[in-house]
Design a binder for this molecule. Structure first.
Ligand SMILES: Cc1cc2nc3c(=O)[nH]c(=O)nc-3n(C[C@H](O)[C@H](O)[C@H](O)COP(=O)(O)O)c2cc1C
Length: 198
């Protein structure tokens, strides 16, 4: 492959995916058909707890995040796991047609799950849009914008001169002088060369 970085030019947004019992931040979302009830696909890593929950859920919701979203929403839904905390206690949500959606968002899409496609690392969940609304008409967050402004969304607090390594892809923070050999990001799975020293 001559330069895989061209894949970073694929335009993606940033959303909170929610389903029965949990959810997480996702950027791998695409509308894959048109019409009154278009199909929406979302790819969820198998290591995420949300993947297990999505297999059990009949519906899922995507809340569209704005550029001025509270960093707490990214931190709670994108850098922590429902295995360890109750994300719904940390972030204000609204219940729409039985689905939780993020209050501080531009709006939501509720989908009925119609198909799943498995690969080694991710499951592609495909849903038919059944309900949607717009709360605000502000600028949506793009994945490129998130990457450019990650320092505003991911606060790195280093105490007593501790070294922190931040994943350039998802923002996971590892504290320690050096990253261990063969280290991979426990959140998004990328190699240690994708980490930036702070
Ligand atoms: C900006 C951003 C984009 C992300 N995109 C995805 C994604 O498309 N798919 C995915 O499975 N995880 C994605 N993640 C990672 C999950 O949100 C993260 O691993 C989360 O902590 C999983 O929580 P869970 O274990 O409760 O499912 C992203 C995280 C961030 C911060």
């Amino acid at each position: 492959m001559k330069n895989k970085k061209i894949t970073r030019k694929i335009s993606q947004g940033v959303y909170v995916l929610t389903c029965d019992g949990g959810g997480c931040v996702v950027d791998a979302v695409s509308q894959v058909s048109a019409g009154e009830n278009p199909l929406i696909a979302v790819a969820v890593m198998k290591r995420n707890f949300t993947n297990e929950l999505m297999h059990e859920s009949k519906t899922f919701a995507l809340s569209v995040l704005s550029r001025d979203v509270s960093p707490q929403i990214i931190d709670t839904f994108g850098l922590k796991s429902m295995r360890d905390i109750d994300k719904f206690e940390e972030v204000e949500t609204r219940t729409i047609e039985g689905s939780s959606v993020i209050g501080d968002s531009l709006g939501y899409m509720i989908c009925e799950k119609v198909d799943t496609i498995e690969n080694d690392t991710h499951t592609l969940f495909i849903g038919k849009l059944v309900e949607a609304d717009v709360y605000r008409d502000d600028e949506p967050m793009t994945y490129a914008y998130y990457q450019e402004n990650k320092d505003d969304f991911v606060k790195v607090e280093t105490e007593n001169g501790k070294t922190a390594w931040v994943c350039r892809i998802c923002g996971f923070i590892y504290y320690g002088e050096e990253l261990p050999e063969e280290f991979k990001c426990p959140i998004c799975g990328v190699d240690k060369d994708m980490f930036e020293k702070k």
